[in-house]
Write a protein of this length. Sequence first.
Length: 101
Amino acid sequence: MLSRRLVALDAEIARMREHQRAIARLLPRTGDIEGDEMISKDKWVAIMRASGFKDEDMNRWHAEFEHSAPAEHQEFLEFLHLPQDEIARIRELSRSGWAQK
């Protein structure tokens, strides 16, 4: 049982490192996430893809973000200047469909 848990933790740490690398790629381009420079959804997706993320990885990223920090996930999606209906759809999928895949 401990061995399986160790393997699961290793996988989780690897996913978090991927998230960290994706965010680190974004920060030098904007300075501070609170800055005035607009980051679009397309720019963000391009950064994620350049970091090796596939659609399922990005879905899992959203699901983890929604699970661990829902208010910050909402704020991040707003930061990308997404329409509210798209934000609602992403968050709903993050809570249900994507998280179960």
